[in-house]
Design a protein around this ligand. Structure first.
Ligand SMILES: Cc1ncc(COP(=O)(O)O)c(C=O)c1O
Length: 382
């Protein structure tokens, strides 16, 4: 991205006037646009109550389409959820398991993508784990775990600890070949790496808005491939789960056939409107441009860390990393993170190192500044 473009968008992010914010793999700040959309909704609600519901409803329809487009899915394959954990749990709790079935996960997954599967042990489901190979996940290791009882693989598109990026195309092909379902926790990539559920043979996907999507917390996107929506029994049901949702006195209980069967009750309209504004901004910039920019900033982090002899826990090659880069060195990462925060620089600690995760509106100068401050804190020559 050209410097002018980045500068233009920095004005959208008031955080840039106060802090050097490099923790988008944690919780991202929202843009003015998202703030305005949410505050606008709140004012409308305060002044009109539900009079404006038809208008909000049309917005929700439009935003559902935006979410679908972002994934290259169809609108009937998308449900709004309250978190990534919620989306993944819909799959885990909705499949018809048989005693002795197994699922495959990565040993170092974020808990949201481990616990829903581990919770299935109570139903006699075995959870098989793929080992970390110096922070990478190997397809051979996945393949070795598969047998006739393997029903599903669930993996993050980008690992939260070190930013390792999964080759979703090859993984999806493997799942197809082996006849197992493919579930993706996409919270660490959606918004920064283009997604294509069809090309990658993804069956289920979940991602909350509060990281790379630059949206608010508590609203997420869940994708369930058409044809599988009816295979997944909703664990939670309510008035919105059924086909004639506004016929409150209808005695029949006939579940919707599309992904909206997983939206059991009133939606988080405020969150959806915020998410919609966030996706609009990302689309305006272009996800490919964002990816290029963020990987370029990752290159700068790697260069700066290498110059100081630090260990880089993240793959160097662009094709194998997302937006977060984790760096270890002769320092206590927690103490360093806290000291950087005191200087207005927001990073985080993962995998025993400092995780730095810039978004497209960050600059090379901010990364260099972060490392210079780090030198000062550690009292060392750069
Ligand atoms: C890989 C991964 N999945 C999920 C989450 C968050 O899950 P949820 O949206 O349920 O809060 C995180 C947050 O750190 C994450 O890194």
């Amino acid at each position: 991205m050209e410097k002018d473009d980045v500068d233009k968008y920095r004005n959208e992010f008031p955080i840039t006037g106060r802090f050097v914010y490099l923790d988008h793999a944690g919780v991202a700040p929202i843009s003015r646009r998202v703030e305005k959309a949410i505050c606008g909704f709140l004012s409308e609600s305060a002044e009109n109550g539900a009079f404006l519901y038809p208008q909000w409803f049309r917005k929700i329809v439009d935003i559902r389409k935006k979410c679908a487009d972002l994934l290259r899915a169809e609108t009937d394959e998308v449900a709004f959820v309250r978190s990534t954990s919620h989306g993944l749990s819909i799959v885990a709790e909705g499949m018809a398991w048989n005693q002795g079935d197994n699922v495959i996960i990565y040993e170092k997954e974020f808990p949201s993508n481990r616990y829903p599967w581990e919770h299935l042990r109570r139903k006699g489901v075995e959870v098989r784990t793929i080992p970390s190979r110096e922070g990478r996940i190997m397809l051979d290791d996945i393949e070795q775990q598969v047998d006739a009882r393997t029903r599903l693989l669930s993996i993050s598109s980008v690992q939260f600890t070190n930013g390792f990026r999964m080759d979703l195309k090859r993984t999806g092909d493997l799942c197809r070949k082996k006849g197992m379902l493919f579930c993706v926790d996409a919270i660490q990539s959606l918004g920064v790496i283009p997604m294509d559920v069809d090309a990658f043979n993804i069956d289920f996907l979940a991602a909350d808005a509060h990281k790379w999507l630059l949206g608010p917390e508590g609203i997420g996107i869940f994708f369930c491939r058409r044809g599988l929506t009816e295979v997944i029994e909703p664990a939670l049901v309510g008035w919105k789960s059924v086909q004639q949702q506004f016929e409150f006195e209808r005695p029949q209980f006939d579940l919707k056939k599309d992904a909206q069967r997983f939206e059991e009750g009133s939606l988080n309209v405020m969150g959806i409107i915020g998410l919609g504004a966030a996706i609009e901004l990302l689309n305006e910039v272009g996800i490919e441009n964002i990816e290029e920019q963020v990987l370029g900033l990752g290159d700068v982090i790697i260069e700066e860390a290498e110059r100081r002899g630090f260990e880089i826990k993240t793959p160097r090659e662009r094709s194998a990393r997302g937006g977060n880069v984790t760096v270890c060195g002769p320092f206590d990462p927690d103490a360093l993170r806290n000291a950087l925060r005191e200087k207005g620089i927001m990073v985080n600690v993962r995998a025993g190192g400092v995780r730095i995760s810039p978004h497209f509106y960050n600059t090379k100068e901010e990364i260099v500044f972060c490392f210079k401050e780090l030198d000062r804190i550690l009292d060392r020559e750069p």
